[in-house]
Design a binder for this molecule. Structure first.
Ligand code: PLP
Length: 393
């Protein structure tokens, strides 16, 4: 008899780039998803900080439905109303203002590829160095991989584009590195993929000062932290600075693939006509959807909800007083639970077995990134399910 389980069909048809899937999901609503067996899970990962408004949000469904029935794609030879509306909205919420410019793309990696090309344009004849942080993650395409401070992801694919140097996430390393031979400093304000690791206090502020002093582009990768997740539109808002460019993706489309590079001030002058582009990018379908997502986040002040619920979630996790839990890192609704023992995979599996989706970012970190719409009921449900998972270890 042939085995026709979905696990085998997956293994026999999908490229071997992923580990075996944890479940076969068939439906979602709000902060919950269901698998093919009818099992319900509380989704506190939100597709890795993507489903800002949870699953099947009625206003997102309406926006997609309306737009795909009207005009879904036209190519970059034409403008469309949702595209311009979204670009204007991004200029406003990023703080890029009048001089801001927006380049649309289809993913986080593509946003960082655009940022990489932007950095190359800041060469002024002698700037060839691009600085990024050890243990950072910026995506899987070649340029994004070169920026990422994770040698094990990179090594099989070398040579990657050159000129990138990785430094420690300390103010001392910044001061020793940033000078007028540097084209750009690229960083994550909270290292999500590394297990939700915060930058040291004052780091962003000092980075801003040094980059301004030496004509270096400060490029902040807010692909995971952005769009209200940390309790402000962007994590750099907490440090009260503005970057020269910001990359955005994940949470902005509520599930449709869209990314953006937004430039500020003089950085908006660097790209010239014909120097970059993408067929799907910024089409009316995805931009209309992103407008709906950002509109709801703004109207319902989900940044404030992320700040408040994130604080509650932190307190809930610490109140377990578990000897396995060392600390809670991160901000708003992007939290990393630092464990005292390398049991994150086991804890993640136990959570799943108890109907809770969280993510083992590495052996000692659990990443939690629920939809920004979480309320009292979901937090109570989390407390119960996470408690059972912890108790089962
Ligand atoms: C996810 C992520 C990326 C890559 O985004 P993709 O859409 O997967 O290409 C880049 N940077 C950060 C900080 C991310 O979290």
């Amino acid at each position: 008899m042939t085995d026709v389980s979905w696990q085998n069909r997956f293994a026999d048809s999908m490229m071997r780039t992923f580990s075996p899937p944890l479940a076969m999901l068939v439906r979602g609503e709000g902060c919950y998803v269901w698998d093919d067996q009818g099992t319900q899970y509380l989704d506190f990962l939100a597709g890795i900080a993507v489903n800002s408004l949870g699953h099947a949000h009625p206003e997102v469904v309406a926006a997609v439905t309306q737009q795909i029935g009207t005009l879904s794609h036209v190519s970059n030879y034409f403008a469309t109303p949702p595209q311009i509306e979204l670009a204007e909205r991004l200029k406003r919420i990023t703080g890029a203002g009048d001089e801001g410019r927006v380049y649309f793309c289809n993913s986080g990696a593509e946003a960082n590829e655009a940022a990489f090309k932007l950095a190359r344009l800041n060469n002024k004849g002698h700037r060839s160095r691009i600085i990024s942080l050890h243990d950072s993650f910026h995506g899987r395409t070649m340029g994004a991989l070169a920026l990422s401070g994770k040698p094990h992801m990179r090594e099989a694919f070398e040579p990657v584009p050159g000129g990138v140097e990785h430094i420690d996430s300390t103010i001392k390393a910044l001061e020793a590195t940033i000078d007028n031979t540097v084209a750009a400093l690229v960083l994550e304000p909270v290292k999500g993929e590394a297990g939700v690791i915060d930058l040291p206090a004052g780091f962003l502020k000092r980075a801003r000062e040094l980059c301004t002093e030496h004509g270096v582009l400060l490029i902040i990768d807010e692909i995971q932290t952005g769009v209200a997740r940390t309790g402000a539109w962007f994590a750099y808002n907490h440090a009260d600075i503005l970057p020269d460019a910001v990359t955005i993706a994940k949470g902005m489309g509520g599930g449709v693939p869209i990314g953006a590079l937004v430039t500020f001030g003089w950085a908006s002058e660097l790209f010239r006509r014909g120097q970059h582009g993408s067929t799907f990018a910024g089409n009316p379908l995805v931009t209309a959807t992103a407008n709906a997502v950002l509109g709801v986040i703004e109207r319902d002040d989900l940044a404030a909800n992320a700040a408040r619920r994130g604080q509650q979630l932190r307190e809930i996790i610490l109140a377990f007083n578990s000897p396995l839990i060392d600390e809670v890192r991160g901000r708003g609704l992007l939290l990393g639970v630092g464990l005292t023992e390398p049991v994150a995979l086991k804890l993640g599996a136990a959570a799943l077995a108890n109907g809770l989706i969280v993510n083992a970012a590495n052996e000692t970190s659990i990443r939690i990134a629920p939809p920004l719409i979480v309320g009292d009921a979901e937090l109570a449900d989390f407390t119960e399910r996470f408690g059972r998972a912890l108790g089962s270890l």
